[in-house]
Write a protein that binds this ligand. Sequence first.
Ligand code: SAM
Ligand code: SF4
Length: 352
Amino acid sequence: MTIAPAIDQASSEPVPAPGARAPLVDPFGRKISYVRISVTDRCDMRCVYCMSEDMNFLPKHDLLTLEELDRLCSALIARGVTKLRITGGEPLVRRNIMSLFRALSRHLASGALGELTLTTNGTQLAQYASELAAVGVRRVNVSLDTLDPEKFRAITRWGDHVKVMAGIDAALAAGLEVKVNMVALASVNENEIVPMLEWAHGRGMDLTLIEVMPLGRIDEDRVDQFLPLSLVEARLRDRYTLEALDHRTGGPARYVRVGETGGRLGFITPLTHNFCEGCNRVRVTCTGTLYMCLGQDDAADLRAPLRASASDELLHGALEEAIARKPKGHDFVMERSHPAPAVARHMSVTGG
Ligand code: SAM
Ligand code: SF4
């Protein structure tokens, strides 16, 4: 079944949700319209910058159930959230995850939700792409750091390159817009940025480069992994014409058009370029902890109010209290004098 959203997801203003309440606005006047929600901390890969090889995962009862996730997302939509990104861990390894996508698609159909999307490592996409498209998902972000299967194995430890490529093919065949996310890693994949760009743009996909962020302890040294994208951009300018674009996806990326390929290239540079000013986002972990800022530890527990009452009154109160504490900006640093991660939790916990 194809559900046609009542609005053009890219350009029109979503209509208010039934039972809509006052929007969530932080003390700096930023309206919270974008939520990333992690549905699991588990993953079928172990990317070197994201996880250590032997991770301890959460017991199942700590995780929000799919019904609780639906309640929480619906409450957020009632408060003016128009863009939901489902992430993880790897969201598509959560059992029965499609039932959540199917349930949330009612908000696309009503027009209250402008966009429902996900970030995935792509390993399960071949199986789910057409169903995702059928419930109203238009775009997916697929993380892929290299086109070289051996290097892919080294970066992801457990990943199967063939499966990810098949996943991307399936997503494109299902009519999904695909954006490739590539974490730029010094001396690991920096010589692959040009081939990746040519490949992605050749297939009609955007490419976004991401700087390694200091989140969670891993087995390796992130200072050695860190490649400033200001340097990458300068190198790319020697080869390509990069024209600044106003294009915004509601996320932190800054985009340019590559004249020679006609494609879009994004840069997510939390360390060399502060993106906090226009931040309209919050993140929710798979245990229902709301982080008002990716780079800070302050958080609010939404699971307790969800579980304490079948009505959403406590939940709305907790949301209002939390958003009133959203900080102006983050505290990331990446220097040898700061060897510990700025934030102790892993990206797979907060949700990328
Ligand atoms: N498993 C899915 C995936 O890999 O796309 C979704 C979750 S993953 C945590 C989301 C994104 O975060 C991925 O693009 C990944 O490359 C990125 N990521 C993970 N750890 C990171 C880190 N320390 N610094 C920068 N990006 C990171
Ligand atoms: Fe898994 Fe995504 Fe983290 Fe890689 S980046 S280990 S795929 S959660």
